[in-house]
Write a protein that binds this ligand. Structure first.
Ligand SMILES: Nc1ncnc2c1ncn2[C@@H]1O[C@H](COP(=O)(O)OP(=O)(O)OP(=O)(O)O)[C@@H](O)[C@H]1O
Ligand SMILES: [Mg+2]
Length: 500
């Protein structure tokens, strides 16, 4: 890496209060260095919602004296920002990969925001000591995908890292073809991953640093663990529970992550690293969204198992802090009820059921089996089910006609009708409730692809439009009905490039 001029520290900055807790852990955890930045940056897209959560005023991009465009391209910093790249390790596709780290991400700083502590991180801002064979860059295509999906998932109520903005640059970046560079600014209470803990146990073999890191996570994010008999066991149990809940969120909206390596698993149970992700179109439990996942390790239906496997890797990483293997194993068990209970309650909500009955799992299962047999569109089917009418002889054609085997659907619908009657369900009330849980709009690959196609020609209007639609995924938005329609035939053939 050649020596780079330090980016200027700007004299004027928005009134953000920067904290220093991760930086203060010391240089066993990170390398302080500036971003490489990009030439001639331009705005691609910004999220007003994320900016507001961070405490930025609404005109944050227009205040010329703040030079926000330069800051979020890695070309300047605001006072109080301390840029650094963190070190972590991890298991990739079940195999120990050794040291990894922020190879193209850079922490700008931690903000004490109105919504709590939030870190700001650039992705694609150039080489770091952890770049290995990579170029430290991200391309426009992958940055738009990460940006849109982060904000879409947040609006869907799924725990996730957020995205503040994407900036673009004419800087060429070599992938399968020559593309252009972009920087995606992400926002999260923390970007600490399972792999951070694995790093200090298996790579650095530094139990003191491991304890410091665990204490940092407990003190800043999970203080209730401190009063437990064994705080580190309590931390593991908390992560297991949150990860179980996260998996239920993913499964219930048909989200496939694609790269569930332990370096992409958040210690706070957030969705992190939007790469070759995809939402289910037709319901296929075996769907693999990552074309380099040849074994289907991270296929849709396997995601909860993959998460549980990853939690075992985390437990191994925490073992130097835990006396008994059995305590760690017991803590991991928290994953199972967290996943099962959240899944059951989310699926009941998707069917508009207010109460719980023993027969519900079978009712849910038989619908999913029917959908799997016909590859019924996951999102459209549940959204249309919101309009299900219980009256005898009611015409439920919008949902019924999604199934070729109408008789099979009718048989299921008869059970559903009986179940709804058992809790005196009222059609109109149920429809309203179901519309708040079954999204109309998700980021289908072809929608992202259209936005990217225009953006690559310098037109960012489709990216901005799509962001606005996805920020209200449960609203009807009839003017954007086409975005909720079946994917066109050509969309089945989109290959999402894994080189991001
Ligand atoms: N273009 C690149 N240059 C340098 N390092 C890279 C590049 N792409 C990936 N890496 C590094 O390879 C490892 C695994 O990559 P992975 O695709 O999971 O992460 P990522 O998408 O770069 O980042 P994140 O997990 O922060 O979203 C990480 O250490 C990552 O920093
Ligand atoms: Mg990653």
């Amino acid at each position: 890496m050649s020596a780079l001029p330090l980016p200027p520290v700007l004299s004027e900055a928005p009134p953000l209060r920067f904290a220093d807790t991760f930086h203060a852990l010391g240089d066993r955890f990170h390398t302080a260095l500036p971003a490489q930045g990009v030439p001639d940056p331009h705005w691609v897209v910004t999220s007003d919602a994320c900016a507001a959560d961070l405490g930025l005023p609404p005109d944050w991009t227009q205040r010329e004296e703040w030079h926000a465009l330069q800051v979020f391209s890695g070309n300047a910093v605001w006072p109080g920002m301390r840029t650094l790249a963190g070190v972590y390790s991890g298991h990739q596709f079940g195999v120990w990969a050794g040291q990894l780290g922020d190879g193209r991400a850079l922490l700008l700083g931690e903000v004490d925001s109105p919504t709590g502590p939030l870190e700001i991180q650039l992705k694609g801002s150039g080489l770091t000591p952890y770049s290995r064979m990579g170029d430290g860059r991200a391309v426009l295509r992958s940055s738009i995908r990460e940006f849109l999906c982060s904000e879409a998932m947040h609006a869907l109520g799924v725990p996730t890292t957020r995205a503040l903005c994407v900036t673009g640059s004419p800087l060429p970046v070599r992938r399968e073809t020559i593309e252009t560079a972009a920087v995606c600014t992400r926002v999260s209470p923390s970007f600490i991953r399972f792999g951070h803990f694995e790093h200090f146990t298996h790579t650095a073999q530094d139990p003191d640093a491991l304890r410091t890191l665990a204490d940092h996570v407990i003190d800043r994010f999970e203080p209730q663990c401190r009063s437990a008999a064994q705080p580190y066991v309590a931390l593991l149990e908390t992560v297991a529970r949150k990860t179980g809940e996260l998996m239920a969120h993913w499964q219930s909206i048909g989200f496939c992550h694609g790269v569930m390596n332990t370096d992409n698993m958040s210690i706070l149970g957030l969705t992190i690293d939007y790469g070759p992700f995809g939402f289910l179109d037709g319901f296929d439990p075996g769907h693999i969204c990552n074309h380099s996942d040849h074994q289907g390790r991270y296929a849709y239906a396997r995601q909860p198992n993959a998460a549980f496997w990853n939690l075992h890797a985390l437990a191994q990483g925490l073992m130097p802090l835990i006396d008994e293997d059995d305590d760690a194993l017991d803590a991991l068990e928290a994953f199972k009820p967290a996943f099962a209970n959240t899944m059951q309650s989310r699926m009941r909500a998707k069917l508009g059921l207010r109460t719980a009955q023993d027969s519900d799992p079978a009712l849910i299962d038989s619908l999913l089996k029917l959908m799997a047999a016909e590859r019924t569109d996951f999102t459209i089917a549940f959204r249309r089910l919101s309009r299900f009418q219980t009256a005898d002889g009611a015409d439920n054609a919008p949902v019924r006609d999604l199934f070729v085997d109408r008789e099979a659907f009718d048989a299921w619908a008869a059970q559903y009708r009986t179940r709804l009657a058992a809790e005196n369900s009222i059609d109109a009330e149920r429809a309203l409730a179901m519309d708040r849980t079954n999204p109309k709009f998700i980021l289908r690959n072809h929608l992202a692809q259209e936005a990217i196609h225009k953006a690559e020609q310098g037109d960012f209007s489709e990216t901005a439009r799509l962001l606005k639609v996805l920020q209200r995924p449960f609203d009807e938005q009839p003017e954007h009905a086409a975005d909720a329609d079946f994917p066109p035939d050509w969309a089945q053939h989109i290959e999402v490039s894994c080189s991001s």
